[in-house]
Design a protein around this ligand. Structure first.
Ligand SMILES: *Cc1c(COP(=O)(O)O)cnc(C)c1O
Length: 360
């Protein structure tokens, strides 16, 4: 796949860029360029290009605006102490986008083209990848590949014109002033995914349906919402955008597997990492009763959530309409796993798993 490049004639100047990278926030500032690739049934993927970042002009009948035929990915580029820039397991994001796109009846973008598109953007906007020379921070360049039905047509069928894009946004440390446990709200009114639904796909619709439950969590003073399975309302699925882990006093760790969760790349990496640290990892259904009883008996010593944005975050108390489970006793293993992952990502530890993918 050839990717043409049209350089931005008005890139953000160095002084302004330094200001942005000093305090990037999340998803607020965007780099100088973006990648676009088009798809039609006749031509397949074509017209791959890097162009100046800017607004899209869309016909009001563009299918994604009506029927939400869309998939996306989330990943980061990390600057290592020697100045080199690396992606974390980008092929896994490419493979997951194929799985998501199959569920949404979108075309498959080959993994090598997905990775090439992400790399092209990171290379052209390399100066936007923050360093952490100011000491131990976790700044990175967040990358957002996405694919959508760009055909202007109101009939309900898979779009015959699809657009894939990559945009990038510098991201600050998720936790300012130190890692702090998130409090969770257990929603009993809403679910995120049912059998045969889109739960395992990374698609905007899952996020749209989670927002009202997140509002409920906020109203009750909680940071995030926990979803249970749609069939029985018994088994823990995940948070709106993070997977869950439970640590037991005998060293076992359990992560829910239900067929309707979004299988995170962070989650998968922790399965390998925890295995190497000598922990037995169980992927299985995990009921809300096991949570309640495990914390109150002391059998569950730690709970954490994981995803690209926060990496690993300890979980504190769980609240629902009728009660509360307090925070588990410890965050020891949680913080150890977090540090091990972050150290590999930021090039401060040996990459024994071969997870890092150098760019350029
Ligand atoms: C992206 C996402 C995750 C986390 O996946 P990572 O690959 O670890 O970032 C978890 N749950 C949902 C619903 C997601 O969309």
């Amino acid at each position: 796949m050839d990717i043409s490049t049209t350089a931005n004639p008005h890139p953000v100047d160095d002084a302004r860029l330094a200001e942005i990278l000093a305090s990037p926030g999340f998803g607020i500032h965007f780099t100088d360029h973006m990648v676009t690739i088009e798809w039609t049934p006749e031509r397949g993927w074509h017209d791959a290009r890097v162009t100046p970042y800017g607004p899209l002009t869309l016909d009001p009948a563009t299918a994604v605006l009506h029927y939400a035929q869309e998939t996306f990915e989330g990943m980061k580029a990390y600057r290592h102490p020697d100045g080199s820039v690396h992606l974390f397991r980008p092929e896994e994001n490419g493979k997951r986008m194929i799985r998501s796109s199959q569920r949404l009846a979108l075309p498959k973008l080959p993994v090598e083209d997905f990775v090439a598109a992400v790399e092209a953007l990171v290379k052209v906007d390399e100066r936007w990848v923050p360093d952490n020379a100011d000491g131990g921070g976790e700044k990175s360049l967040y990358l957002r590949p996405f694919m959508f039905a760009s055909e202007a047509f109101l009939g309900v069928r898979p779009a015959q014109h699809v657009t894939f894009m990559v945009i990038a946004s510098p991201a600050g440390a998720y936790f300012k002033g130190g890692v702090k446990p998130v409090t969770l709200w257990l929603t009993e009114d809403y679910t995120r995914a049912g059998r045969g639904g889109m739960g395992a796909a990374k698609t905007g619709g899952n996020y749209a349906s989670s927002l009202v439950a997140q509002q409920e969590a906020t109203t009750h003073g909680c940071d995030q919402v926990v979803f249970l399975d749609a069939q029985d309302g018994t088994y823990v699925e995940e948070l709106g955008g993070m997977n869950m882990y439970y640590v037991f006093d005998d060293g076992r760790i359990v992560t829910p597997a239900t067929g309707t969760i979004l299988e995170g790349i962070t989650r998968a990496s922790i399965i390998e990492l925890a295995g190497k640290l000598g922990h037995q990892v169980e992927e299985r259904r995990f009921s809300i009763d096991e949570w309640r009883e495990g914390v109150s008996s002391g059998a569950i010593t730690e709970i954490f959530a994981c995803g690209t944005a926060a990496v690993v975050t300890p979980v504190g108390s769980l609240k629902w309409a009728g009660g509360e489970v307090p925070a588990p006793a410890s965050t020891e293993l949680t913080m150890r796993i977090r540090q091990a992952l972050v150290d590999v990502q930021f090039g401060r530890a040996d990459d024994t798993f071969g997870w890092m993918h150098p760019v350029g």
